[in-house]
Design a protein around this ligand. Sequence first.
Ligand code: GLN
Length: 491
Amino acid sequence: MTKPTELHDFSVAELAAQLRQRKVSAVETAQHFLGRACANAALGAFLDFNEEATLAQARVADAALAAGSPGTALLGVPVAHKDIFVTRDFTATAGSRMLQGYRSPFDATVVAKLAEQGAVTLGKLNCDEFAMGSANENSAFGPVKNPWDTSRVPGGSSGGSAAAVAARLVPAATGTDTGGSIRQPASFCGITGIKPTYGRASRYGMVAFASSLDQAGVLARSAEDCALLLSAMCGPDLDRDSTSLDVPIENFARSLNDSVAGLRIGVPAEFFGEGLSSDVRAAVELALKEYEKLGAKLVPIALPRTELSIPVYYVIAPAEASSNLSRFDGVKFGHRAEQYDDLIDMYRKTRSQGFGDEVKRRIMIGTYVLSHGYYDAYYLQAQKIRRMIADDFQQAFRHCDLIAGPVAPTVAWKLGDKSDDPVASYLADIFTLPASLAGLPGMSVPVGFGAENMPVGMQLIGNYLQESRLLNAAHRLQQATDWHVAKPEGF
Ligand code: GLN
């Protein structure tokens, strides 16, 4: 029998094998992780549980396992979902008071797909309100704490996902990335995260922030675990998501072990300039040296419009958000003010009460840049530069197979440090925004520790639909090093 003390240290692949060999049941596994999640509630990672629904799913998995079903790679494995995915059996708040207590009549495609593969939903994970933020301090339900140092932020907006995985409260979790929200919290919490190519995973049932950027992905401890979940999540959903890519389902785990000898890794000068803290630089450079030892070649490249990605993103994302969030009007979904004089007053009070400061700020910026007279100067201009940023990547990919650099300029900061200064927090997104604007797949891979012994992540960016190559490169690094194995004390 598997000792419960070991259960939470197993990778997804190991846990699935234990379940298949019937050394532990799916119900016992679910109970173990639920117990851990409750015992560590102080991290603020989870927002909702439904023990009955979780155990019901686990019993179904156990029946399949007992019947000797060869099952899938995820049969009986607990996963948890960022609260931006709508769910029938759990609330889906998107971290907002606006949706407090909201239950959807259907499951998001990503949630349904993982459940179809036998994964057991453990609960819902805290996030920045409507996925707007880089520190998970914008959640209406309180901040999430970084398990490596609970006085620090876990990153955002998928902060609950990253903290829960790092603290071994769940083996793997979903997240979404609009401008870095999978990669940056993965980096801050010392775990592995991947955002696939825009359109790979369905957006159906993901509460919309900026539709041309939003993309679902995975946070787990290793590239191998990411590959297992990502393979189950992706695939065309053409009837329900108009930007879903019509490309076949791929098994991203198949090429994990391919050699990286001869792989050309592009190193953009703009990612290593002023503004990058020396501890992060040192850790990333050490990882690049590891790649050289594995036979990869480092190629200097240029991404000349990196700096422009900040103003471009912070025009386009709020513009789309201001439009998407107009649906929260007190009529169709969620919160409605209790007292009001007339319809306009109802809208005003509902939205004033339901939205937090950052969301209001984005709605105002978005409405402004889309308004008559400013549309051409801001929104249209931003769209043009977005295209150039995407072209810069294509230029770079003529000389390299993937791109490597830091995920964030620094390690995780202290809770409260940037919460009064939105611009400081926007600036810290500089290295994740370019790939988002271009719709490219990106990863964060742990590469050791920086200042105050906090984790550092290296970013890998691939060309369109090159997730397998990214995961392969990350896996080979993780075979050769043990940065991803480190775990925070006390968990
Ligand atoms: N930090 C960025 C923002 O606040 C990105 C968020 C995200 O990727 N969801 O918009």
